[in-house]
Design a protein around this ligand. Structure first.
Ligand code: SF4
Length: 415
């Protein structure tokens, strides 16, 4: 098994992030102790803002998986789920969370205190099959939790029509009614507007931060992508806005001063698919060849805006786009997004992570690769790995392919 490697970070905000992450999990535990209802839900959907507006505690089992990978907890969790009969071919998030809730969850020494048991489960009616199955398994594991079965149309972003939004608004209202009934809490419409405004500010800051990566040299690399933690867990809070403002200010100052990730940036790379959460140090590997990963598909997921004056419509739209890299986008659209990003960020080469654990995001990579070559003349390399399971990654294979690829890119650029 590959040894977990942490990435070397250059942003001072990275230290601030550790505090934000720690405080979030402390808040989750404290909420449970104080009797605040805790709801487990998939990430990137409009339920988050509704939870914060109703003073309920949102928890994200999918997001807990990268934390487990960073703390080296995944081998134990995988052992538990595999002993229960879950195949190694299944999504690593699924195997990790099922292993965790059926194993180490009750261990008092779990880093960050672990996850508090759910009082409510928001079971998605969309996204990918593994994410739906995670929640079906959680329903069996926590039979006392009240379950809300979401029912949203699976429609590609470019195909969303007014009747889809109207239906999704009805679903948001049904969720609010459900939460009022099972928790006894009501939703103040003005508070919801405030929360949606904060969420929109976070999205605007996110977009602004990403634009500074177009500078040459790039002020930060994919090694810092953990900042997305606030976009997953803290949307609709002042915490997210304050943290992202700090990041934006630092990144803007670095870009203005021409301070790059490395002093002599020669190659700019794009990363496709989820990072290897147990080996974020991989992003620093490219730097020995003066190459920097300056953009990635994953970070495009939060590029959306919300209108505080139309909070339910905004949250409905957000929920319809909640799996922007998976079921809510066609391969054609993904291709368009990757090609556009490669032009905007002046990319020299693309690194495709063919993810054994995530078929939905790996699907279409060959089409995108062909389009990059024929339409933009941008070469790419593919390596096999897994975003959660270190057993499916070979450092030797990665280094051999990447070294040859970077050498070829240098030769091309030299010419
Ligand atoms: S999108 Fe991929 S990584 Fe996320 S839950 Fe689905 S299969 Fe797993």
């Amino acid at each position: 098994m590959e040894k977990a490697k942490k990435s070397t970070k250059r942003l001072a905000a990275a230290k601030e992030l550790n505090r934000v992450v720690g405080e979030y999990y402390l808040e989750c535990a404290a909420a449970k102790d104080a009797g605040t209802p805790v709801g487990w839900m998939p990430p990137m959907n409009g339920a988050i803002e509704i939870f914060y507006a109703m003073d309920l505690q949102p928890v994200f089992p999918e997001n807990w998986s990268p934390v487990c990978a960073a703390f080296g907890l995944t081998p134990k969790n995988f052992e538990v789920s595999e002993n229960m009969g879950y195949s190694r071919d299944l999504c690593g998030y699924l195997r990790n969370i099922i292993g965790y809730v059926n194993g180490p969850m009750t261990d008092p020494d779990t880093p960050l205190g672990g996850l508090p048991a759910p009082d409510v489960l928001l079971s998605p009616g969309g996204g990918c099959v593994p994410v739906m199955k995670i929640f079906h398994a959680l329903e069996r594991r926590f039979p006392e939790a009240k379950v809300f079965k979401a029912d949203l149309p699976q429609v590609a972003v470019e195909e969303i029509r007014p009747h889809h939004v109207e239906y999704a608004v009805g679903e948001m209202q049904r969720l609010i009614d459900f939460l009022s009934e099972v928790t006894g809490r009501t939703l103040d419409p003005d508070r919801l507007k405030e929360v949606v405004a904060l969420s929109d500010q976070a999205c605007a800051l996110w977009d602004e931060i990403m634009t500074f990566r177009r500078f040459v040299p790039a002020p930060f690399s994919a090694a810092e992508i953990g900042i997305m933690f606030v976009m997953v867990t803290r949307q609709g809070t002042r915490t997210a806005v304050d943290f992202l403002t700090t990041v934006r200010d630092e990144v803007r100052a670095r870009a203005a001063a021409g301070i790059g990730v490395i002093p002599d940036e020669k190659l700019r790379l794009f990363w496709d698919n989820i990072p290897l959460w147990y080996n974020m140090g991989l992003f620093n590997y490219f730097e020995r060849a003066n190459a920097v990963v300056v953009a990635e598909t994953y970070s495009a997921a939060w590029s959306l805006r919300l209108d505080p004056e139309k909070p339910l419509e905004s949250l409905a739209m957000k929920s319809l786009q909640s799996y922007p890299l998976v079921s809510c986008v066609s391969i054609e659209k993904r291709k368009e997004l990757v090609l556009k990003a490669c032009k905007e960020y002046a990319i020299d080469g693309v690194v495709f992570h063919r993810n054994k654990s995530c078929v939905p995001i790996s699907l279409g990579q060959m089409d995108i690769r062909r389009a990059l070559e024929t339409e933009l003349g941008i070469p790419s390399v593919i390596f096999d790995a897994d975003h959660m399971d270190a057993r499916n990654f070979s450092t030797a294979q990665f280094q051999t392919r990447v070294d040859a690829f970077l050498e070829m890119l240098h030769q091309r650029k030299g010419r």
